[in-house]
Design a protein around this ligand. Structure first.
Ligand code: GRF
Length: 208
C-alpha cells in the first residue's frame, strides 16, 4: 500500500518532528512518510533538522498575509499540491482556524506536554510544577478550534519528583513524547484510530 504523506507543522526546536521522521525512516514498512515540514518561525531548529533529514520545508510568514484565514488557505493549497494526507502539529505555536480544520477534518493531530484537560496552553510543565501536581504527562489528541481541547487519542503519565524543576522534568516528558507520537502517527496512518464523539479507540493498540 502507498505510504500516507504527512505534513508536520513546527515552530520550535523540532525534536518531535525529528522523532516522527526517524521512526518512519528506520522502518522500511512504515505506513507513512513525512513529506513536508511547515515552519512559521525563521531560524527555528526544526528547519535545520529538516535539512539534515532531507525533508522539504515550506517556510511561512503568517504576518505577511491579510488574515489567519488567508495564511491557512495558502498552506492548504501547498498541502494539496504535495498530496498530503494528514497533519501532525509538533510545537506549532498557533491556534488553527476553520480553514485548515475543514480542509483536513479529523486529520490533524497534536501533542501536548501535560495530562489534558489539566494545564492546556503555554508552559504546561511549569504550570504542573507550580500547581504542585504529583503526576505529569503527555497527551496526543485531535485538533479542534480550541486550545488543546480536541478528543484524546493517547496519554502517558510520569511521576513528578520532589526536587523537580522544569529543567529536570521536561527532558523526561520529552522522552515519552518521542516514543508516543511516532506510535500514534503510525496507528493513524494505518487507519486504526477511530473517533466516536469525544472517545477515541486505537484498534490493535499502540504497541508500546
Ligand atoms: C513539545 O513539548 C510538545 O508537546 C509541545 O511543544 C513542544 C515541542 O517541542 N506542543 P519540540 O520542538 O518538538 O522539541
Amino acid at each position: 500500500m502507498a505510504k500516507k504523506r504527512v505534513a508536520v507543522f513546527a515552530s520550535g526546536s523540532g525534536s518531535n518532528f525529528e522523532a516522527v521522521v526517524s521512526a518512519s525512516v528506520r522502518d522500511a514498512a512504515s505506513p507513512y512518510e513525512v513529506a513536508l515540514l511547515v515552519c512559521d518561525k525563521p531560524g527555528a531548529g526544526a528547519i535545520e533538522r529538516a535539512e539534515r533529514l532531507g525533508v522539504p520545508v515550506y517556510a511561512v510568514r503568517p504576518k505577511s498575509y491579510a488574515s489567519r484565514e488567508a495564511y491557512e488557505a495558502d498552506v492548504v493549497r501547498e498541502l494539496r499540491e504535495r498530496g498530503i494526507d494528514f497533519i501532525v502539529l509538533a510545537g506549532y505555536m498557533r491556534l488553527v482556524t476553520s480553514v485548515l480544520l475543514d480542509a483536513f477534518e479529523n486529520r490533524i493531530l497534536n501533542i501536548h506536554p501535560s495530562l489534558l484537560p489539566a494545564f492546556p496552553g503555554l508552559h504546561a510543565v511549569e504550570q504542573a510544577l507550580a500547581y504542585g501536581a504529583k503526576v505529569a504527562g503527555v497527551t496526543v489528541h485531535f485538533v479542534d478550534g480550541g486550545m488543546d481541547s480536541g478528543a484524546i487519542i493517547a496519554q502517558e503519565a510520569l511521576a513528578v519528583l520532589p526536587d523537580d524543576t522544569a529543567d529536570t522534568l521536561y527532558p523526561r516528558v520529552q522522552v515519552i513524547e518521542h516514543r508516543l507520537y511516532p506510535a500514534v502517527v503510525r496507528a493513524f496512518a494505518e487507519d486504526r484510530v477511530r473517533l466516536d464523539g469525544r472517545r477515541v479507540v486505537v484498534e490493535g493498540g499502540l504497541g508500546l
